[in-house]
Design a protein around this ligand. Structure first.
Ligand code: IPD
Ligand code: CA
Ligand code: CA
Length: 297
């Protein structure tokens, strides 16, 4: 028979969930609505992948009509409520983007396009709001599992209705670490392979599922203990970085510094593991100078 502790715990959990739901920030609510609409577009597209029109943006860089339709759904949803906000989105929406923009939405309508096109079920929608230079709202939505990761600055990170925290592991040797391979830009492949060799030796295991925003959500949820990648765009990192900070983790460039969003490089982990990763990976940063910085601010 279940004891009183079980029922107390369940009541507290329900109360917490209801509180989290009831107090969702209005701007986060808009982001969630937009992410779910994009998720519907993606799920519909996934039913018949052979029918999709796919074009190439660059070497190994594909875009489908689903990426574009998902971006339109997100931009329309945000602009219906916030017509004056600036938008920077992967598939070309660059509305009012300048250094003075007070509110800037940073969007990847479909992160993990290569996976999506192959029917490999690991991709997501990523939407973040930057306010006066600081990410204040973040949503990563996995339409395959219906997993909704959300965060508002100062209010914690959630997976659906549950509060999430980064892992508590203290030693890198015991850690599961996510990463992304440089599959488009070959200019830093050798440096990356050196980093990978180091990390394989020093960790319990590496994973490369192929959707960076979802990888970051997994660090926030404690599935991974840490993550690093080089050559990322701001729309890959913006929402996930807030999730991690709100879940008690740290995010920085290879030297552990804060200017990562437009710099291409990222380390993210729980605080103890972050320090250990920076120590191992920062020596490679000089070899990456001038490389793998995809977009200019
Ligand atoms: C890519 C994915 C991948 C990462 C690449 C990204 P896309 O995004 O996040 O995991 O390794 O750097 O460009 O092109 O599928 O949106
Ligand atoms: Ca992406
Ligand atoms: Ca994308």
């Amino acid at each position: 028979m279940r004891d009183w502790k079980f029922f107390m715990h369940r009541r507290l959990r329900l109360h917490w969930s209801a509180t989290a739901q009831a107090t969702m920030h209005p701007m986060l609510m808009t982001a969630v609505k937009a992410a779910r609409r994009a998720g519907n577009v993606i799920n519909r597209g996934a039913r018949d992948l052979d029918m999709l029109t796919v074009t190439t943006k660059g070497p190994k860089d594909f875009v489908s009509e689903v990426d574009r339709a998902a971006e339109t759904a997100i931009v329309d949803t945000i602009h219906a409520t916030y017509p004056n906000h600036a938008i920077l989105a992967e598939e070309g929406t660059a509305h009012g983007v300048n250094a003075d923009a007070e509110h800037l939405w940073i969007i990847d309508p479909l992160d993990g396009t290569t996976n999506f096109l192959h029917g490999f079920p690991q991709y997501c929608v990523s939407i973040a709001l930057q306010h006066k230079g600081q990410i204040t709202q973040g949503v990563v939505y996995d339409p395959v599992r219906n997993d909704l990761f959300t965060a508002t600055r100062g209010r914690g990170a959630f997976l659906n209705d549950r509060r999430i925290r980064v892992s508590r592991r203290q030693h890198l040797k015991e850690c599961l670490i996510g990463t992304g391979f440089p599959f488009r830009d070959g200019s830093f492949l050798e440096t990356y392979l050196d980093m990978m060799r180091t990390m394989i030796k020093e960790t319990a295991g590496l994973r490369r599922p192929g959707a960076a925003a979802l990888d970051l959500a997994y660090v926030a949820a404690g599935y991974y203990d840490g993550f690093w990648e080089v050559g990322l765009n701001p729309w890959d990192m913006a929402a996930g970085s807030l999730l991690i900070v709100e879940a008690g983790g740290l995010v920085g460039d290879l030297e552990g510094e804060s200017g990562y969003l437009f710099g291409g490089q990222l380390i993210a982990a729980n605080p103890r593991i972050f320090a250990q990763m920076v120590k191992l990976l920062s020596p490679y940063s000089h070899a990456l100078k001038g490389k793998a910085t995809p977009v200019e601010e």
